[in-house]
Design a protein around this ligand. Structure first.
Ligand SMILES: C[S@@+](CC[C@H](N)C(=O)[O-])C[C@H]1O[C@@H](n2cnc3c(N)ncnc32)[C@H](O)[C@@H]1O
Length: 268
């Protein structure tokens, strides 16, 4: 059975640059992935099979530069020129504008293909064909995403957080196929590899109220929303400041809790 048959939801929309314009916000305000994720990758991929990692949908390189500490070379692709222009530099990382559906690396060349918080945007059957093509035998595919964060140290602020995500921006401005895959922890994504397992990790960040607002501004749904509506973030900021009983938007007082859902596959 092909991956096309297995994957219950797939995004077949043409690529629209949802992140490029907001790329500076993206690299400044999205959480960094936790060390525990890279420990897992370190434990998964054999140490003598680390010549090349390919990071697809690399955005501004948050995952790519972490892989560079584990692999001799990382080639990273994103179709958004804005993201690639603002990508974090590292000697071992080569960035290219390119999409998941046509990955410009030779057959049987990669020890690892990663996708960090981007798989839900891909045409999955085509992407997985490409992944099968470029992976060496015994190579790994690791795809992961964090979901919507909860604010864990202030209930009132978390209600505002949820309201923005679920009601204000709500279903209308999120891409529904994307939301379903992410909210479902990628359970509907079925890679075409016999050896596939799933796991998850939790991590916390502490950010300032200014950074939290910056994070909201990096959501694709926010960029859709403000095309036709007034910016909701000044009011959200007031509500969050009020919930914490402060006027200080600079100190790291907001504790955010994230869950990362992870798929790990090995090519025969
Ligand atoms: C939420 S961002 C994640 C970026 C980065 N991997 C990270 O973890 O910070 C999603 C990225 O997927 C990219 N993307 C969307 N459709 C894509 C496609 N068809 N092929 C490759 N990348 C795509 C977007 O341009 C965006 O940079």
């Amino acid at each position: 059975m092909s991956s096309q048959d297995n994957n219950k939801i797939t995004n077949t929309a043409k690529f629209q640059d949802e992140f490029g314009k907001f790329s500076k916000n993206y690299s400044s305000f999205r959480p960094l992935y936790p060390d525990s994720l890279y420990q897992l990758i370190d434990e998964t991929v054999e140490k003598d099979k680390r010549s090349l990692a390919v990071d697809v949908g690399c955005g501004s390189g948050q995952n790519s530069i972490r892989l560079a500490a584990l692999f001799k070379k990382v080639i990273a692709f994103d179709p958004s020129e804005g993201q690639i222009t603002n990508a974090l530099k590292h000697d071992n990382v080569e960035y290219h504008v390119g999409s998941a559906e046509k990955i410009n690396v030779p057959d049987d060349s990669a020890d690892l293909v990663t996708v960090a918080t981007a798989l839900h945007w891909f045409n999955l059957p085509i992407f997985f064909k490409e992944t099968e093509r470029i992976l060496k035998s015994g190579g790994f595919f690791i795809g992961f995403t964090y979901g919507f964060h909860e604010i864990s140290n202030n209930e009132k602020a978390n209600l505002v957080n949820r309201e923005l995500h679920e009601t204000t921006i709500g279903p209308e401005y999120w891409n529904q196929a994307v939301r379903k895959l992410v909210d479902g922890g990628y359970k509907d994504i079925v890679p075409p590899f016999k050896e596939t397992k799933r796991t998850s990790l939790k991590f916390h960040t502490r950010v300032s109220i200014e950074s939290l607002i910056g994070h909201y501004s990096s959501w694709s749904a926010y960029s859709q929303y403000v095309k036709t509506n007034p910016d909701p973030l000044p009011q959200i900021k007031e509500k969050i400041l009020e919930a914490y009983g402060t006027t200080d938007d600079q100190s790291p007082i907001v504790e955010c809790e994230y869950t990362i859902s992870i798929i790990i596959s090995k090519k025969d």
